[in-house]
Design a protein around this ligand. Sequence first.
Ligand code: IDP
Ligand code: MG
Length: 162
Amino acid sequence: KVPFTGLPGTNYERTFIAIKPDGTERRLVGEIIGRFEKKGFKLVGIKILHPTPEQAAKHYDDLKSKPFFDGLVKYFSSGAVVCMVWEGKDVVKTGRKLIGETNPALSVPGSIRGDLCIEVGRNIIHGSDSTQSANDEITLWFGETEVTNYESPLEKFIYERK
Ligand code: IDP
Ligand code: MG
């Protein structure tokens, strides 16, 4: 049985990806899911919810000393967020590459932020920045029974060896 935060000690990881309220409002959910899906990553958890300011503050706890923290909490709790767990080889690091830089203005075209948004305070998507924060964030947003395991026969076409 795969632990719900992913297989420890391997590159076969899980990451927490969230479409922020602006991404959901702008109807970018399908576009964003499509990019992770087409890459070959596997969706193992998904739900939509409207975070409380307390949940948002907990999620961004490491940034609480930043001047933009209050605005960030307000932004993240301003509407519906699509919370997801994606699984695959090096998905934490590669997921961040698919997303782009924190500031959309510095994100290359082809990345999600580079293609779909303009300002750092409205950058439409969150992705875990390390396997440790991925584990913490999956545990914060999902219950153990809300993340699934399934084998896909397709994986032999995505991975040379599994
Ligand atoms: P990340 O989302 O790329 O991991 P972090 O540095 O973890 O970036 O910051 C979390 C979020 O806080 C960013 O995605 C962005 O929405 C917001 N943020 C970061 N820096 C600024 C800033 O300078 N002004 C306003 N918002 C910011
Ligand atoms: Mg971050």
